[in-house]
Structures are given as structure tokens and as C-alpha cells.
Design a protein around this ligand. Structure first.
Ligand code: HEC
Length: 387
């Protein structure tokens, strides 16, 4: 069986990040209204995945000669519907366009690899499309989808762990069921501490952003903190997060850019250790405001808005495959390279890339990425010199 994306939380290889980097796009004209018909594109993509995923999870099934024509047809449907989602996203904000591009890339890759007989690559690309679904659906609160009620009925899903089923439910917008499934996973002592964190981040993000139930995770966080196999800092983080979420649940919801800035400053002030996660829930709370403001087409979107989102998403860390934070940082720079915000965004982007590629010098980054960074540096530094 192939691994699900949920279990590959580890930082992805350089090749993948490079492809994601190639998808950086300039800011679109914003302010358009929602287009009709996005629901039918979602239903199409859902139908394609409903058929493909059980097969992609089991290579033997995926490679059956008999099934090949039906698989090819479903892969074509996945690509076509991903392209339709991308077209619809063009009337939305830049973040939606970016994620839709990643989805379309993965769908095309799946179709191409299957036609070339590279079946494990194709199966993997099918699974990776889920990351785009979760990324887009987790950006703001919304209702559950009715059509995905029978989603997990295929027996192959019974072989998955609850944390993997939870991710699938999140991807197809069964938010309530996903939360229950994450709670099941997080309550069991079976999940190793190191794996726990990925599911926990997704669970808190789901509750805060998609469900709007800020206080809900507190109970589970306190329960996990009672485990005796956790390192001290992690245990203290859990208790701190529970306290903050409980307190926030009783406060009026924050809505302004200034609120998001304050939450991020608070989070940044908490770091003591190199791998500090203490600020996590502040970043999630800040990202809720920032995503919501973007989705509401509140104009104009400032460079600082994208910069703050870049910081928040990079610290939430749910973005190795999608590389959202890079994208937001680049937008912050391009929107107005003359500002101090652009300078700080560039500094952070450089640091992130050095860390992700595990290199100590910009010259060791892959060529196309190096060129792109050099272009951004020229934009920012030229404006400094001119000042
Ligand atoms: C670019 C952002 C974006 C991406 C990528 C995306 N979705 Fe959606 N999806 C949405 C939005 C926004 C809605 C909600 C529309 C509404 O409720 O008004 C939605 C709704 C849905 C619905 C509910 C449709 C209905 O009729 O109730 C399903 C099912 C769905 N998406 C499945 C998926 C799947 C599966 C993927 C990944 C292959 C995916 N979506 C990728 C943004 C996205």
C-alpha cells in the first residue's frame, strides 16, 4: 500500500519544492464576484477522486489491465475538473489561484504518469491532490458538503488509521466528521508523539478556521498533555495552547489586520528554543483573520497582509507540499518592493529556502530558484539604493 500524504509530513525533497516554486504567480486583479458553477467543478473533482483514491491506495488494483480504461477516463476527469477549478479561482484572490494551480499540476502529473506506465508516481500524484483540497477548504469557515456522505464506504479505507481518514474527510468537506475522527486519533495512545503533531495542527486548524469552534480542541489538548511519553516542552506547549484557545473562545472574534499583527507579534515574542512551537495557536488564530479578509475581497490587500500570512503559514507548517508561505512572501515583495515589509519578507523567504533545502548558502539552491530569488533581491535592493 502506498502511504497517504498525511504520513509524509516530513519535509519534502528538493525536487518537489522546486516545482511548487515554479507555480508562483503574480497577483491577479482582485475584487471580482464569485463565479457561478464552482459547485459543479467540485462535484466533478469529487466524483473522480471517489473512484480513483481506493485504487491509488492499492497498487495492484491500480495496475489491473481490465480497469485501465476506466482509470484513464477518471484521470482525464480529474484533470478537466482541476482546470475548471483553476478557471473559477481566477475570479477569487491570489491564494485560491495558487492552490488551484498546484491541484491542476498534480492532476496533470497523475494523468501523464499513468499514460507512461509509471503507476506508483501516478498513484502518488492522485493522493497528493488531497493536499490542495485541504489547503483550500481549511482557509475559512463554511458548510459541510452533502454529496460526500458516502465517501469512506470502500473497504480499503478501513485499513487506514483514523488520522488518515480524518484528512480524507477534511479534503471532501465533511468538517464535523473529520473533527470527530481527529479526536479519535488524538485520544488513542497509539499515535507516536512525533506523528501526533501533524494531526494536531490539522485538527486545531480545522476547528478554528473551518468550523469556527475555537474552544473545542482544548479538552483534547489537555488530555494529550497527560501522556507520559512527551518531552517537557511539548507538554507545556499543549497546556498553553489549551489555555489560549479557551480564553479566545470567550472573546469577541478578532477581525482586523491590526488584530492579526498583534497575534503574530505575541507569537513571535514567545520563542525560547530553536524549534519553538509555543506560538502555534496564535499563528492559527491570526491566519483565520487574514484568510477571511482575503476571501471577502476586502480591498486593497496590502503587502503587510501577505507578509503576515506568509509568516503565519510558515509557522503553522502545514505547507510542505503546497509551499503557500513562499507564495505569500513573494506577493508581499512584488506588491511593493520599496517597503520595509518587502525587505523583511525577502529576508524570511531566503531563510525559509535555505532551511528547506538544507543548505548554508544561496548559491547552493537549485538554479531556477536562485534566479527567482536574485530577481526579487534586485527589486528590493534597487529600491533601497534609490531611496
Ligand atoms: C481553489 C480552492 C479549492 C480547491 C483547490 C478545492 N476546493 Fe472544493 N470547494 C471550494 C469552495 C470555496 C467550496 C464551497 C463552495 C460554497 O460552499 O459556496 C468548495 C466546495 C466543495 C465541495 C462541495 C460541493 C457541493 O456541491 O456541496 C466538494 C465536495 C469539494 N469542494 C471537493 C473538493 C475536492 C475533492 C478537492 C480536491 C481535489 C477540492 N474540492 C479542491 C474551494 C476549493
Amino acid at each position: 500500500m502506498i502511504e497517504l500524504p498525511v504520513s509524509i509530513r516530513a519535509r519534502v525533497g528538493a525536487g518537489v519544492a522546486l516545482v511548487a516554486a515554479a507555480l508562483w504567480v503574480p497577483a491577479p486583479a482582485s475584487g471580482a464576484n464569485e463565479e457561478p458553477g464552482v459547485g459543479s467543478a467540485m462535484q466533478e473533482v469529487y466524483a473522480a477522486l471517489h473512484f480513483l483514491l481506493p485504487l491509488a491506495l492499492d497498487l495492484e488494483e491500480f495496475s489491473s489491465e481490465e480497469r485501465a480504461p476506466a482509470v484513464r477516463e477518471a484521470l482525464a476527469r480529474l484533470s478537466t475538473s482541476a482546470a475548471a477549478i483553476r478557471r473559477h479561482a481566477e475570479s477569487r484572490e491570489a491564494g485560491a489561484i495558487y492552490v488551484a494551480n498546484v491541484l491542476a499540476r498534480d492532476a496533470e502529473e497523475a494523468e501523464r504518469a499513468f499514460s507512461q506506465g509509471r503507476l506508483s508516481v501516478a498513484g502518488y500524484a492522485v493522493q497528493q491532490t488531497l493536499e490542495s483540497c485541504v489547503t483550500c477548504h481549511s482557509r475559512q469557515s463554511s458548510r459541510d458538503a452533502g454529496i460526500s456522505e458516502s465517501f469512506l464506504e470502500d473497504p480499503v479505507y478501513e485499513t487506514l488509521g483514523p488520522e488518515q481518514r480524518a484528512t480524507l474527510l477534511f479534503a471532501v468537506r465533511r468538517f464535523d466528521d473529520a473533527a470527530l475522527e481527529y479526536e479519535r486519533a488524538l485520544r488513542s495512545d497509539g499515535l507516536e508523539p512525533a506523528l501526533l503533531l501533524g494531526s494536531l495542527v490539522d485538527y486545531v486548524t480545522l476547528c478554528v478556521r473551518s468550523l469556527g469552534q475555537v474552544g473545542r480542541p482544548a479538552k483534547i489538548l489537555r488530555r494529550i498533555a497527560r501522556r507520559d511519553d512527551l518531552w517537557l516542552q511539548f507538554r507545556d506547549d499543549l497546556i498553553y495552547w489549551a489555555e489560549i484557545l479557551e480564553a479566545e473562545a470567550h472573546e469577541p472574534e478578532v477581525v482586523s489586520l491590526a488584530d492579526a499583527r498583534r497575534a503574530i507579534e505575541r507569537a513571535r515574542g514567545l520563542g525560547i528554543f530553536p524549534s519553538d512551537r509555543r506560538g502555534l495557536v496564535h499563528y492559527i488564530l491570526a491566519s483565520r483573520v487574514l484568510h477571511r479578509r482575503l476571501a471577502n475581497h476586502e480591498n486593497p490587500v496590502s503587502a503587510e497582509h501577505y507578509y503576515l500570512l506568509g509568516i503565519a503559514e510558515s509557522r503553522i507548517g502545514r505547507n510542505e507540499w503546497i509551499a503557500q508561505s513562499h507564495f505569500y512572501l513573494e506577493l508581499a515583495i512584488r506588491l511593493d518592493p520599496t517597503t520595509d515589509v518587502a525587505y523583511r519578507a525577502l529576508a524570511l523567504l531566503e531563510e525559509e529556502l535555505l532551511f528547506e533545502y538544507g543548505v548554508t548558502d544561496l548559491s547552493e539552491l537549485p538554479g531556477s530558484l536562485r534566479d527567482r530569488l536574485a530577481e526579487l533581491r534586485r527589486l528590493v535592493l534597487r529600491s533601497k539604493v534609490g531611496a
